[in-house]
Structures are given as C-alpha cells and as structure tokens.
Design a protein around this ligand. Structure first.
Ligand SMILES: [Fe+2]
Length: 388
C-alpha cells in the first residue's frame, strides 16, 4: 500500500498536538508486527481505551459438517436466506485455521460499530452499494469491489436499499497484494495486473464529536466482546500511514493473457496466510491457432480450490450458475467437464467473472454448505452427461 494522509496531521510525530478546544489530542500508533510492520498514526479527541460499560464476551461457534465422501462439491448460495445485519448476517460456509468464508445478505441496519481485533477482512461485493464508515473515513462500495479492512479498523456498514450479496473473508493473517508484483520498496511493478491508482483509500475523513452512547463489538479471542462508549468512535481529526481500508474493483484488474494458456496465478489479486485470492475477469483468450483456452486438468495435490461465480458463463463448467461455489479439494484431479474443451476451441474471448480462493490446508465445511450442497456435481465428468 502507499502512504496516505487524511485530515489534520502535525509536521512531526510524537509531539504535542492540540485540538480546536485547546486540549491535547491522543496519538495512537496502529501497526503490525510489533513496531516493525506497516503502521498508521491516528490523532483522537479521546483515548481509544475509553469505554463506559463492559458487556458480554460471546464465543463464536464454528459448526462443522464432515461429509461422508471426499469428492468435488458444488454449493448453491442463491437460496441462502437474507438475514441479519452487516455483522450478524455473515453465514459461514467454509473455514480452516487461515480463513473463514461467509455469505452475507444483510437486510437490517445496525447502528453499532464493529472492529475485528484478531484478523483482516475482505468483503467482496457481488451485489449492492453503500458505504463502509470507518475510523479512517468513509469507503463507498459498489458491485465487484473488494473492500479490504485491516484488523483494528473500527467500522460499520451503511448499505443502500436493495439487494446486498457479499462474500466475506476473515483471516488471522494479513491481506496483501502478491509479493511478486512489488519491488523491494513495496511499489507495484509495471508487470502487475493493477497499479496503486486502482486501490482506493477513504476519499476523506469524517470526524465526529457526538457525545452520545455508542455500541462497539470487538472480535477477540474467538468471540465477540461488547462495549458501550460515551463518545462517537470516529473521533479522529487526522491520520497518516500505510494501514487503512481500501477498495479494489475487478473492473480495474488488467488480465494477463498469452499465446497459449496462462496458469491460474496470473489471476492472483491478494495473498494471505496460506491462501490466495484470485479474480477471473472478462478477457481476451489465448490466440495461437492450436491453443486450448480452457485450463488443463490438474491435480492440486497441496491445495484446495474454491470458486464463487459472479457473472457471465464460466467456460470450463457446466451446470454452474452465478452465485454458486465449486470446491475442488486437495488429493483429487479436476478439469473441464467432457465436451467443453472441444466446444471452446477457437473462442477468443470470455465474459466470465469469478472469485477464487485457494488454500494450502484443507477447508472444512459447515451445515450451510450441507444444506445447499449439489451432490450430482461429483458425477458431472461422466461422458454420458454430455449434451448433444
Ligand atoms: Fe483448478
């Protein structure tokens, strides 16, 4: 990420700074890896430790469904019933020690604020618009945005009326752009499929002096801790640094194509702790007359591949519609279904849009995955299912 400054920031750090009322502001360094990682410095009107009441700590229970058979899975998230708000509406689909993947179709407003104190979050917006209000400023979102929210960011989501469908990722690790796309100073390389201009921090800071009561929910130690504040948590008058929420839209992903088929890493958008997130975007396909544009069969012997289908027709999949998730688990080969390679020959463009997460450790499934499991998918490579 690049250096960003919003609001009023003094010329020197760690010096006396006073607000408009003459009182000293409270400086907070919000950083990673002790004092060695990226950080931002925020200037508060109140101590960020200040709380009025301490509520309950409620453990988050991750129920697991262990299927009887180890096969390729298809999950249809279209029938998942909209419920809850931007926090309670997250319905867990898959998880392991590195990542949680939820579907969120919020229908309720939540006045209270939330902060993940133990993980970074990514909200991929399939449908809906709104604003993620954060302590760093307002982050407007639109369809096909990845909204990246670093841990420690106090926020709430004000979603616009109408349908909202988000894919939510939570990780105890860090969400970053792939290291191979950055030079030794952290700047994105010319060969990367995006540039710093494609990543959008909060356009402006919104600072509040509201003294009323506000609820704050903090995710810590595997649960949700409730607090009540006697001031608005967005009491920051200025901040600067390298840690802040931002959006990246898949429309700004510049696909890398080749004369013959390029491997999935060319679609990589983010790296996480033992996983990657990739964006399959509309693009020109391989142009050699002998090219096979669809992926070759592969045995991902060390990783799981899950894909959420966002828009368009995915060339290598039959019977997979928008809103569905395929899971090709480790230990099994996978590839295009019969007939699809033949049908794709000579096709020079795809309008598909999909988000993939590959994990290096097995993904566990939840009762929600069982409820919307399509068991016929595992048998869909049989030749006799090929359409005439
Ligand atoms: Fe694959």
């Amino acid at each position: 990420m690049r250096y960003v400054e919003r609001g009023e920031v003094p010329a020197k750090r760690h010096v006396q700074v006073r607000g408009e009322d003459g009182r000293l502001l409270v400086e907070e360094v919000l950083g990673f890896e002790g004092f060695s990682g990226n950080e931002s410095i925020l200037y508060h009107r109140h101590s960020p430790c200040r709380i009025k009441e301490v509520g309950a700590h409620t453990p988050l229970v991750r129920e697991e469904w262990v299927p009887e058979a180890h096969v390729h899975r298809l999950t249809d998230t279209n029938p998942v019933v909209p419920q809850g708000d931007y926090l309670t509406g997250r319905q867990l689909l898959q998880f392991n020690a590195d990542i949680e993947v939820s579907i969120c179709k919020p229908i309720e407003e939540r006045a209270g604020f939330y902060r993940n104190g133990e993980g970074d979050e990514v909200l991929f917006v399939h449908r809906g618009t709104g604003v993620v209000e954060t302590i760093f400023g307002r982050v407007p979102y639109r369809p096909h945005d990845y909204v990246v929210i670093p841990r420690g960011t106090t926020y709430r989501v004000q979603h616009d009326p109408g349908e909202q469908v988000w894919l939510c990722f939570t990780t105890p690790g860090e969400i970053e752009t792939p290291k191979r796309y950055r030079n030794r100073y952290g700047q994105l390389l010319e060969g990367a499929p995006f540039s710093h201009r494609d990543f959008h921090p909060p356009p402006e800071l919104e600072s509040h002096t509201d003294p009323g009561e506000h609820e704050l929910t903090v995710r810590v130690r595997g649960g949700l801790q409730q607090f009540v504040l006697d001031h608005h948590p967005f009491d920051v008058v200025g901040w600067d640094g390298y840690v802040y929420p931002y959006t990246f839209n898949t429309d700004d992903f510049e696909p890398i194509s080749g004369r013959i088929h390029q491997p999935p890493p060319v679609h990589q958008t983010f790296q996480g702790q033992n996983f990657v997130i990739c964006s399959f975007c509309p693009r020109e396909l391989d142009w050699d007359p002998q090219a096979v544009a669809l992926p070759y069969h592969h045995s991902n012997v060390q990783s799981e591949e899950a894909i959420y289908y966002v828009a368009g027709q995915f060339g290598s999949r039959r019977g997979v519609d928008v809103g569905m998730v395929t899971l090709h688990p480790s230990g099994l080969p996978h590839g295009p279904q019969p007939g699809l390679v033949e049908a794709s020959l000579g096709v020079r463009r795809t309008e598909e849009l999909a988000v993939m997460w590959d994990t290096f450790h097995p993904l566990r499934l939840t009762p929600l995955a069982r409820e919307h499991d399509q068991p016929g998918y595992a048998l869909s490579w049989s030749d006799d299912l090929v359409e005439a």
